[in-house]
Design a protein. Structure first.
Length: 462
């Protein structure tokens, strides 16, 4: 059984850091079912392929099992050759760090979607190619499947239930490995070991972020857990329970609460209009909306032809989906000027380079204070647009809102809310560090004592 993973991300040999396996060496590991070998058939700057070869010891597997009759079938079977749950065991054992998205040397790359191609030999799939497609295509893979003949010397015997498949996508390596971890045993449908309660945990852990929304969720759960009804029930229950407090939905609910608190002022509309005016006045043609949420600012910017290229980025897949659906309703010419990216603002991102201006509206207060330094480097040092507009609530103003209990923040996901002095101190420090000038302006009606509900910093470096 052979799995190869190829990347064309440059430098491609970084794949070695992500897998925690040196491209220059062959490494072998013992597993319960035999040996696992990791090696690199190719490793150049442009293209690097890692291979995971499972050498299954069928005899060893059968030997020592007391009380079982050693039928020939135990020795003569497809187990040594097919992609099976042994692959999942090997992934979890040999590529544990990579699966969990950790990399000591390349922590940012581990979280980045990369051009990847996985090739798997002898994937058993009795339900045929259509089922393979139903499993992998909803996850964004381009799938090529080649059906193997039962026996090359007797083509008249027809096709076997085995496929060699290739999966291609721009995806995080850890996500690709999690998808394989869960779906290979689902395809094999013949799990080698006892399925116990901890299998439900493993399924939920490795299915986090994609299984709850997968259209074949029920089939995947049922097959992964070997159709053991009580486990299936437990898993489906947890998957659907997890759906309710889905991070994005909580976010949406909290947004609604925040909107309700701020509504009498229709503050958000004022805020977006103010930001749009600042972007326009800066003369920017290519603009970023970082933490674009559901894309309200994007839809405003698109109406103005000055903005020739508009890119929205957010970490939330759900928000981007909503943004995308709303953008689809615009005329095609307008749609063509806007692009959505998924990404985190706390990592440097090549895709954000070369823009004239960036808007970051009501986003920084969602970041963990410990990540603010990473955020300012990613935006001010790496993306480095000439103009950066940041807005954030003014905590002093909170006393003005009757519906907001004293000492509470406006939104449950806010990690902090700054006073004007705090925001200004942070902004000046960042501006000085990265060579920008900064000016401040209030957003919304100003109170003499506590100021306006929102505050804006306009950073320029020209
Ligand atoms: N700018 C939008 C949304 C503000 S809500 C508006 O004004 O309407 C905050 C947004 O920041 C959310 O959509 C959230 O998903 C996003 N966000 C939070 N942390 C982020 C991060 N680290 N990287 C990118 N986006 C992030």
């Amino acid at each position: 059984m052979l799995l190869t993973i190829t990347t064309t991300h440059v430098p491609a040999t970084d794949l070695g850091y992500l897998l925690h396996k040196n491209p220059a060496r062959l490494q072998s590991f013992s597993a319960s079912f035999g040996r696992v070998h990791v090696f690199y058939p190719e490793a150049s700057e442009q293209r690097c392929t890692a291979a995971l070869l499972l050498d299954v010891d069928t005899v060893g597997l059968v030997r020592g099992r007391r009380g079982e009759n050693r039928a020939l079938e135990q020795y003569v079977n497809d187990r040594p050759y097919v992609a099976s749950s042994f692959l999942s065991v090997a992934l979890a054992q040999v590529l544990r760090e990579a699966m969990s998205g950790r990399s000591k040397e390349r922590p940012e790359l581990a979280l980045e979607a990369l051009p990847l191609r996985a090739r798997l030999t002898m994937v058993p799939c009795r339900s045929g190619e259509a089922f393979l497609r139903r499993l992998f295509e909803p996850l964004g893979y381009e799938l090529t499947a080649q059906n193997e003949l039962l026996d090359e010397t007797f083509p008249q015997w027809g096709p076997s239930p085995y496929f060699t498949i290739e999966l291609k996508a721009t995806v995080r390596l850890s996500d690709l490995l999690s998808h394989l971890y869960v779906l290979i045993p689902v395809l094999d449908d013949e799990k080698h070991y006892w399925v116990g309660d901890d299998e439900v945990d493993k399924l939920l852990r490795h299915g986090a972020g994609w299984l709850p929304a997968h259209p074949e969720r029920e089939v995947i759960v049922s097959r992964y857990l070997r159709r053991q009804r009580h486990l299936m029930r437990a898993a489906v229950e947890q998957l659907t329970r997890d759906e309710a407090p889905d991070a994005d939905e909580v976010e949406a609910a909290h947004d609604a609460e925040e909107a309700a608190v701020e509504k009498p002022l229709s503050l958000h509309e004022q805020r977006l209009a103010t930001v749009q005016n600042v972007l326009k006045a800066s003369g920017a043609r290519r603009v970023l909306d970082l933490g674009c949420g559901e894309g309200r600012l994007l839809r405003m910017l698109i109406k103005d032809k000055q903005f020739e290229e508009i890119v929205g980025m957010d970490v939330s897949h759900r928000c981007l989906q909503i943004a995308n659906e709303r953008l689809q309703r615009l005329p095609p010419m307008q749609q063509a000027r806007v692009k959505l990216l998924q990404g985190a603002l706390t990592y440097r991102d090549e895709r954000l380079r070369g823009f004239d201006a960036a808007a970051i509206v009501e986003v920084i207060e969602h970041l963990d204070p410990a990540r603010l330094a990473a955020f300012s480097r990613a935006v001010f040092e790496f993306a480095r647009p000439a103009t950066i507009v940041i807005t954030t609530p003014n905590a002093e103003y909170n006393v003005q809102w009757e519906s907001l209990p004293a000492g509470k923040m406006r939104h449950k996901d806010h990690r902090f809310e700054w006073t004007r002095a705090e925001f200004e101190a942070w902004s000046k420090e960042v501006a000085a560090r990265f060579g920008y000038a900064v000016n401040f302006a209030p957003i919304g009606p100003e109170d003499e004592e506590v100021g306006a509900p929102s505050q804006m910093g306009i950073f320029t470096n020209n």
